[in-house]
Design a protein around this ligand. Structure first.
Ligand SMILES: C[S@@+](CC[C@H](N)C(=O)[O-])C[C@H]1O[C@@H](n2cnc3c(N)ncnc32)[C@H](O)[C@@H]1O
Length: 234
């Protein structure tokens, strides 16, 4: 399949998902809308990743696969020789009836994606130990403070220096608080306007749904006695 044909196929699966919804949902009739990343944000993720020229992306949280399809579209568009998309979700087969993975397969993205059916807190250290590296990460997993914190702990070592970590659902205090430690203490820079031209905002706060962090070009470990308080208060 040519790259153009593959991109058309992915776009067609994304279009159908946006128009008709997924072939399977959990019991709540609105579940797809509540859980999945909106199409506008998915387009913004795709365009950002294409602009970064990524060839290796790691994603936490598959669910309906909407963000994964957009990331796959970016990887195919960049046209690396061997694009890699690692996706972690312990519940894809059990709670999600493989709906996200089946959509990726129908888009021909199972050829570049690897699904790990484990909690990210176990999968990420294993990937790190294997020597796995990525250009960017997309985090939309458990949303519990301690699990987001642990995700960022390992992603900071897996994503290359200068690479991106995109956080979904930054409106949640649990997510904000975890991210802010890495912003205040570990040199992760917020990339303001990274999703300009796309991406939804939280109507209550006017802030973008997603937060984009760029890892420092020169990673460092701070001295423990230089710790900067990072607690986010609303
Ligand atoms: C908000 S949904 C992801 C939505 C997805 N990005 C989309 O666009 O359809 C969160 C996902 O994180 C998964 N998840 C929950 N706990 C997790 C963990 N500890 N590690 C990895 N994934 C987890 C859930 O099974 C669920 O599929």
């Amino acid at each position: 399949m040519s790259r153009e044909h593959h991109r058309d196929r992915i776009a067609a699966v994304r279009r159908q998902l946006a128009q008709d919804g997924p072939p399977w949902t959990r019991e709540d009739a609105d579940d797809f809308t509540k859980v999945t990343v909106p199409e506008e944000d998915c387009d913004a993720i795709r365009d950002l990743l294409i602009g970064e020229g990524v060839t290796r992306v790691i994603e936490v949280g598959l669910a309906y696969g909407r963000s994964a399809l957009a990331i796959g579209e970016a990887l195919v568009s960049v046209s690396a020789e061997e694009p890699v998309h690692v996706i972690i979700d312990p519940f894809q087969a059990t709670a999600w009836a493989n709906v996200g993975w089946n959509l990726l397969t129908s888009a021909g993205l199972d050829t570049i994606a690897r699904l790990i059916l484990q909690p990210s807190s176990l999968a990420l250290p294993r990937l790190l130990a294997e020597g796995f590296t990525a250009d960017a990460a997309f985090v939309d997993g458990s949303h519990r403070y301690h699990e987001v914190f642990v995700d960022l702990y390992f992603l900071r070592k897996i994503v290359r220096p200068g690479g991106l970590i995109i956080m979904d659902d930054y409106r949640w205090p649990s997510v904000q608080t975890a991210a802010r430690y890495y912003e205040t203490n570990l040199g992760c820079q917020v990339v303001e306007g990274a999703l300009a031209g796309g991406g939804t905002v939280n109507p209550a706060t006017g802030h973008p749904r997603m937060r984009v962090l760029r890892l420092p070009d020169h990673p460092f470990e701070p001295a423990f006695d230089e710790f900067k308080p990072f607690w986010f208060s609303q």
